[in-house]
Design a protein around this ligand. Structure first.
Ligand code: BGC
Length: 287
């Protein structure tokens, strides 16, 4: 078993997780684009924590790529005025979207404006300072949880499930992220899972918490049959109410824990991903 400061062996030898955290620059910026707010923060990558307050601007309506890009620029401007902001030459910025993101191309739009589909987010944001890297929102949160939070130091598969407007998922194996797992779009009991089991779906149907816990338990069993994780981490705003649904989560092989970084997981994971990608790009350029 590796210690909490080391990456498991596979992670040391693979792609984006090949750097140990202490080799990364001390700070980077993470930005999380959500349905109601766009939030950013300066992240201390050595500790996995925010340095100072996060900064939030409501998501513009309609949330077109151009309108969202403008807000991302405003958030970056604000964060860069802060005393502890990284110098521009070593700045990495991670931006998360609630959508499938493959090599910076946004490929779905279940909970964002349809005009995002096929948008090249790297191109859209290339006028902004720093090296910008983009990722799915749940992947960002799951990466942070696996490296600094509830899954820290664990070998094997850690599956983070975020419950909000939709259901997001992040599959991390030995510290390495396999992006865009999209478990919220599995068919589950005759429907797209997130339509039935997201936090928003619970609110819409005014479902009592114990009943929701049982529904979630069946969903986790369904995912467990497909992915056999060691650990499920439950994230998203709903993790604050975990005592209301966790008692119903039972009979799984996997352990189940609540996200340790809570609201900040996305911002922290975005910053970590960006710093690792910047490092990886530089090392590929050298070889
Ligand atoms: C999207 C995912 C996203 C999740 C949470 C889902 O509808 O398909 O990409 O991670 O919502 O925002």
């Amino acid at each position: 078993m590796s210690t909490s400061h080391e990456q498991p062996l596979a992670a040391q030898s693979l792609g984006s997780a090949s750097e140990t955290i202490s080799d990364l620059p001390k700070r980077a910026i993470g930005i999380d684009v959500g349905g109601t707010g766009i939030k950013g923060g300066l992240v201390n990558l050595h500790k996995g924590t925010l340095t100072g307050e996060r900064f939030r601007i409501p998501t513009p309506k309609p949330a077109t790529p151009e309108a969202v890009a403008e807000v991302i620029g405003e958030i970056l401007d604000e964060l860069l005025t802060r005393e502890k902001a990284p110098a521009l030459e070593e700045l990495s910025v991670g931006v998360l979207f609630p959508a499938i993101v493959d090599k910076n191309i946004v490929l779905s739009a279940a909970n964002i404006d349809e005009s995002w589909i096929n948008t090249d987010a790297a191109k859209l944001l290339r006028h902004l300072p720093g090296q910008i890297h983009t990722l799915n929102d749940a992947d960002g949160a799951g990466l942070a949880e696996a490296r600094y939070g509830a899954g820290k130091g664990l070998e094997g598969t850690v599956m983070t499930i975020t419950l909000g407007t939709g259901i997001g998922s992040a599959l991390v194996h030995d510290g390495v992220l396999v992006p865009n797992s999209e478990m919220g779009h599995l068919e589950f009991e005759g429907e797209v899972a997130e339509k039935k089991a997201s936090a928003a779906a619970r609110e819409r149907s005014d479902m009592p918490w114990d009943e929701y816990g049982q529904l979630l338990n069946r969903f986790l069993k369904h995912v467990e049959r497909l992915q056999s994780p060691e650990l499920f981490i439950i994230g998203g705003g709903i993790s604050k109410r975990s005592e209301d649904f966790l008692p119903e989560i039972k009979d799984l092989r996997a352990k189940v824990e609540v996200a340790a970084l809570q609201n900040n997981a996305g911002i922290v994971g975005a910053a970590l991903y960006a710093a690792e990608q910047t490092r990886l790009k530089a090392s590929r350029g050298r070889s």
